[in-house]
Design a protein around this ligand. Sequence first.
Ligand code: CAA
Length: 390
Amino acid sequence: MTWALTPLTEEQRAIQSTAREFAQRELAPHADAWDRDAHFEPSIIGKLGALGFLGMMVPEEYGGLGLDSLTYLVALEEIAAVDASTAVLVSVHNSLPTQMIQRWGTEDQKERFLKPMARGELLGAFALSEPDSGSDAASVRTQANPDGDCWVLDGTKAWVTSGTHAGVVLAMARTDCSGDRRGARGIGAFIVTPDLHGYSVGKKEDKMGLRASPTVQLRFDNMRVPVENLLGEPDMGFFHAMQSLDTGRLGIAAQAVGIAQAALTHASRYAAERRQFGKPIKEFQAIQFRLADMATRVAASRALLHAAATARDRGQHITQFSAMAKLMASEAAMWVTTQAIQIFGGYGYVKDYPVERLFRDAKVTEIYEGTSEIQRIVIARELYSRGIWT
Ligand code: CAA
């Protein structure tokens, strides 16, 4: 049973239950094996699509469920608690490419891409980072040159979640042809599909965690993208990507909350079962205090996440709140999973119990969609630029 300080509506609780049942039925029996074998199970895409989980915030007129962000994130927490690899697929798809097309796409782009994405027929991916452009996202080097009725893209994208199975990739490339290699202006967002000549999937990363989620490089070699696949204005791609990451970071915060909640649940159960010195270890104050601190950090992370989601649903500017939610939840997830391993002792260090996987999966939440250091930069800049709390 997952609790929340924010009162949930009946509909939100129903979607939360659906997500929990789905995770228990479809993911729990396989999550350990998929992690061990670094196996991505493609049938999951259709199963998520059938439940509407690949169009959660997309309006019903475009084939989605039309839910608010709080409902989406509550469901994401449930999926992450069981299989964080599936959670990142759901998070990236719902928060980044679908939101970008929904917000800045033409009616034609919505018809061709958003509708099948919302139905789960096309999986979405997001390609901003490159081998030499990570935290400094404005230093994108992939070049897009206009040529007749096409843009010709050349370059390599890195760290692309779900890149092996994506049917639609939102790729950022430099449209400024002046030779300037840096700068937020002069970057376009392109809707790229794997059937384009010159598109190829490159190196698949062998990762510490989220092993069932394929992360790859994508190569664009002289790839001709039709002009009608440019999203929005040709020099606004960086801005569109940053605004979408405000929602993306809420998704990663929800993933982190789910992981931390699972670690707390497993550790509490184990502490009740495990006997040492003649009694269950939960009767030792050292264990009780540890569990109390873990529960406090899970509750605080969830409360901040839900408050940020509610702010988004009210139409507020959420850049700083999503950065805060991600920063807090990801660092809490890393800390809580470390404590869970300590409670399990030697059994926490081996793969017989789930906390070892949760610990490995938690780490990346401090890294992707902006490292903790980037979140602190974003929060600090917002503090000064908007004069909030000063
Ligand atoms: N919303 C709207 N506009 C924004 C914005 C936001 N959230 N963030 C920045 N901007 C605007 C700024 O206002 C500025 O506009 P003006 O030029 O009009 O003033 C412009 O964008 C440039 O912004 P900055 O001057 O702040 O740019 P910067 O180069 O100093 O860097 C940064 C900003 C915050 C560090 C940014 O580069 C950043 O977020 N880096 C991390 C990138 C990241 O999160 N990557 C993750 C990729 S996805 C992934 O992880 C893989 C996956 O599939 C999960």
